[in-house]
Design a protein around this ligand. Structure first.
Ligand SMILES: Nc1nc2c(ncn2[C@@H]2O[C@H](COP(=O)(O)OP(=O)(O)OP(=O)(O)O)[C@@H](O)[C@H]2O)c(=O)[nH]1
Length: 502
């Protein structure tokens, strides 16, 4: 080897050593054993490289890297499984947000593609993070290819909107229970004047804490009532036990007394049969009669004491049972109130969706049994958002109350109305032909459009769109509801303020 070749060889080996040192630093962090060996290798190659020792180190690293490959594959598979799980959870949470739901589905499809190396997992994490970020803030990063909004708490974001609505409804129901609660009033005020994302989250936490506390005190009250019922029943049980034992011992005493009486009577019989003189007979009989009178007296006393005891016991049992009845009545009333509260929309005081579902299942059963006509109608106030936007949330609330009352007033006795949610109401109309349903809804619609609303000195016309459908053979409640809902959207599409039916 000449000097030139030697020089070139030295240059190559220095370059290679530097490259290996850099590459080894890049791979640091995969495992402690690898890190140690990589450090050793870097030591052998830095300064004046010692290739003999470096070769030993490289051989060791080769073996270690082979087993690391399996670990990395497992790590990738685990990470993908976790990502999939978290996106599926997210999908359930954002089920009302079409854009997010679609992005989540796209992500799931990407996650099903094979992932080879360690680095291709990072973009997947990045996408999942973006998706979660969008769900939390309503912002859609460019990576998700969806429109972005500058404002985190974009009021047009459906998720933000639905959280606001839910919060509003919760506040309404709690405001009835605690009309003077400062925190609730504060949240209500902030809600009506607009909330940013931070405030919305803080308010949700406060309301959640309130719900948990309420549920806990409810449970503790229930526990106390049950405990008190249990104690009263245990006392009644003990008293009955004592009374039964007393009765048993009284019965034994009476039997003993009867035996004494019997023996005195037998003695008299004996005396009558065998006495030799009248005086002896008289003496013996007198003695026995005295004993009989004494025994009878004792028995009468014991009976009276026993009866008094029994009367006392019955008296105390009666008052305890009355007490129990009072307690159970109070509790029954409370349960009935709770049931009615849980089935009532706090704002309009109309039955809520839960109550509608209960009523529907009964009405559906009846329709199956009797085949009597049954219709479902859905009513949606037109451009309701603009009432909120122009006159404020409180005006929107008032409108919902007035419209709810108006609709209820126009219903026949056996019809049922519930607030479905937001600005939507749902009706169950039994024993009406389609024509009768349509005529009735038409009158309702007409009368609503003539109601004199006035906000901030401005006269406002409120109208609503109606969709209705009759149960037909083989229908499920969901199918009828969907048909009515489609008619409602047809009414909206065709200009609003109209009724569309089968
Ligand atoms: N004040 C108030 N507003 C509510 C309540 N529930 C829902 N909303 C609002 O109702 C509005 C409904 O708006 P959209 O679904 O866009 O419908 P819309 O403006 O009625 O328009 P169309 O239905 O298409 O005629 C949203 O702005 C909700 O915030 C509530 O309890 N009180």
């Amino acid at each position: 080897m000449d000097a030139k070749q030697l020089q070139s060889y030295k240059q190559h080996s220095t370059l290679l050593s530097q490259f290996i040192v850099r590459l080894s630093a890049f791979y640091e962090g995969l495992s402690d054993d690898l890190d140690k060996e990589l450090q050793t290798l870097r030591g052998h190659l830095s300064g004046t490289p010692n290739f003999t020792l470096a070769t030993v180190s490289i051989n060791k690293l080769n073996r270690a890297l082979q087993s690391q490959e399996i670990t990395v594959k497992k790590y990738n598979a685990d990470a993908i499984a976790r990502l999939e799980k978290s996106i599926k959870v997210l999908q359930k949470v954002v089920f009302e947000n079409e854009a997010l739901k679609q992005n989540a589905t796209k992500q799931l499809i990407t996650l099903h593609q094979p992932v080879g190396d360690l680095f291709s997992i990072y973009p997947l994490f990045q996408q999942a993070l973006d998706l979660h970020h969008s769900a939390l803030t309503g912002q859609f990063p460019d990576a998700l290819n969806t429109p972005t909004t500058a404002d985190n708490a974009d009021p047009a974001n459906p998720l933000y909107k639905s959280i606001l609505e839910e919060l509003n409804q919760l506040l309404d129901s709690y405001a009835q229970k605690m009309p003077n609660d400062v925190k609730l009033l504060d949240i209500k005020n902030k809600l009506s004047s607009g909330m940013d994302e931070d405030e919305l989250l803080k308010s949700c936490v406060i309301v959640l804490r309130m719900i948990v506390q309420d549920a806990m005190s409810e449970a503790s009250l229930t526990g106390k009532v049950i405990q008190s019922l249990h104690n009263s029943l245990a006392k009644v049980g003990n008293e009955i036990q004592v009374s039964m034992e007393d009765s048993r011992s009284q019965f034994k005493q009476r039997q003993a007394g009867n035996a004494v009486l019997q023996s005195h009577i037998e003695t008299i019989e004996e005396a009558v049969n065998h006495s030799e003189s009248f005086d002896t007979l008289k003496e013996q009989t007198q003695y026995c009669v005295q004993n009989i009178a004494q025994t009878l007296n004792q028995q009468i006393q014991a009976d009276t004491a026993g009866q008094e005891q029994l009367m006392n016991l019955l008296g105390s049992m009666q008052s305890r049972i009355e007490q129990l009845q009072q307690q159970t009545n109070i509790y029954k009333k409370k349960l009935a109130e709770q049931l009615s509260l849980s089935q009532t929309d706090p704002l309009t005081r109309l039955p809520n969706r839960q109550a509608y579902n209960d009523k529907l299942s009964k009405a559906f059963q009846k329709w199956q049994d009797t085949s009597e006509d049954l219709a479902v109608a859905i009513i949606d106030i037109d451009h309701f958002k603009s009432i909120n936007d122009r006159f404020g949330h409180a005006a929107g609330d008032k409108t919902l109350q007035v419209v709810g009352r108006h609709l209820k007033q126009h219903l026949s006795k056996d019809a049922f109305i519930a607030r479905w949610g937001g600005e939507e109401f749902v009706l169950l109309l039994p024993r009406n032909t389609m024509k009768e349903v349509k005529d009735g809804l038409e009158k309702m619609r007409q009368a609503l459009s003539e109601l004199p609303f006035k906000f901030k000195q401005e006269k406002v016309t409120i109208t609503a769109s109606f969709g209705a459908s009759l149960f037909k053979k083989g229908d499920t409640p969901e199918q009828v509801f969907d048909r009515a809902d489609n008619y409602l959207y047809q009414a909206k599409r065709e200009g609003r303020n109209q009724v569309v039916t089968d």
